[in-house]
Design a protein around this ligand. Structure first.
Ligand code: XIL
Length: 342
């Protein structure tokens, strides 16, 4: 007996249920998603790696692009009636060396290079992307709620290093101008932690206020959404996730759960101990509690994306973090989620 499609099970609460895809999930011609687990259960996909700056620039000189694989994937998804999230434009990780080198460039040089990268990439995919993760993970772990967001960004983000905090406004604005139809997101992990959540809240509030001043007649926000990655483990509390949603709510933005997976163990045990049956039970309970929080806030959460289908293909596979085991069988975590939906 096969399980009902997840997108149908969720449809009373969330219209977009997503997952990730890779080049081998689509056919050679880019006319169909061939992974039937994806087409059965999900209606929006995020490239796990293939649209990151390092991939879009792989094997070509600075200023040129390698769009072949990403085009094949995006076209295949659209042909299979699946929307695509563009992930991601501005990041400190999985970027080409020439972007890293811009950390020590002048503000003027780096700003021009950033705008050129954004304009080229966003224009290339224009009309095919539902929402862009414009900026990914700009705040460091452990940032405290009292910090100034403008000076508390990651030192290894080259755009922050050379341009300063202005790159956020300039970057989002460049995406808006290149594809006015795409919904623009800020995306980060550990948003259940109050320090990072407060930095994000303050940044989004201030950048959107600056846009409002510059474009008083524009009804839309510049940063229209916050992606909460939700890479969790059994120590995480759903209550903290709820608190963060409450903190973000007054911004008037949409939220998405953009990369959900929950380790079947604590962060401390991850990588050093095997997942136990008790761990899988705790994992299922946390999935259930998280989904209860998401459902309570379905008025502002537009999408829930899981970061993988089966445990064996997860980027954190040793922590068995997903809803289906390596043989494709539904786990306790799957039934816990379905339970929360009732
Ligand atoms: C991960 C991929 O799943 C891995 O395959 C890759 O090796 C590293 O990146 N935050 C993000 C995602 O925004 O792009 C990351 O994806 C997971 C954390």
């Amino acid at each position: 007996m096969s399980l009902p499609p997840l997108k149908d099970s969720f449809s009373a609460h969330f219209s977009m249920i997503g997952n990730i895809f890779n080049p081998n999930d689509v056919n050679a011609g880019g006319t169909a998603v061939t992974n039937t687990r994806l087409t059965r259960h999900f209606n929006i996909l995020t490239a796990e790696n293939s649209m990151k700056p390092s991939e879009l620039t792989r094997g070509v000189p600075a200023g040129e692009y390698n769009f072949t694989t990403a085009d094949r994937m995006v076209n295949a998804a659209l042909a299979s009636n699946i929307k695509v999230v563009g992930h991601t434009l501005l990041w400190h990780s999985q970027i080409p060396q020439w972007q890293r080198n811009l950390a020590s460039a002048s503000k003027e040089t780096a700003l021009a290079a950033m705008k050129e990268y954004i304009t080229d990439v966003v224009d290339h995919f224009k009309g095919r992307i539902y929402s862009w993760d414009v900026l990914n993970e700009v705040f460091p772990d452990g940032v405290t709620a009292g910090s100034d967001w403008k000076t508390s960004m990651r030192g290894n983000n080259p755009w922050f290093r050379s341009i300063g905090s202005d790159f956020v406004y300039e970057g989002f604005l460049a995406v808006r101008l290149a594809d006015p139809d795409a919904i623009l997101y800020y995306n980060d992990y550990n948003t259940d932690q109050v320090g990072k959540a407060t930095m994000i809240r303050n940044m989004v509030r201030d950048v959107n206020a600056r846009y409002k001043q510059a474009y008083p007649n524009e009804p839309r926000l510049l940063i229209e959404g916050i992606g909460m990655q939700e890479h969790h483990n059994t120590d995480v509390s759903a209550k903290n996730v709820e608190n963060t949603i409450k903190l973000f709510k007054p911004l008037g933005v949409k939220l998405s759960v953009s990369e959900l997976d929950v380790l079947g163990q604590s962060w401390n045990d991850y990588g050093s101990a095997a997942v136990t049956p008790g761990g899988l039970e705790q994992q299922a309970m946390l999935y259930r509690d998280l989904f209860r929080v998401y459902i309570e806030n379905k008025d502002i959460i537009e999408r829930i994306t899981l970061w993988g289908v089966t445990d064996d293909r997860s980027w954190r596979s040793s922590g068995l973090p997903l809803l289906f085991d390596s043989s494709g069988k539904a786990k306790l975590s799957y039934y816990a989620v379905i339970d929360a939906l009732k």
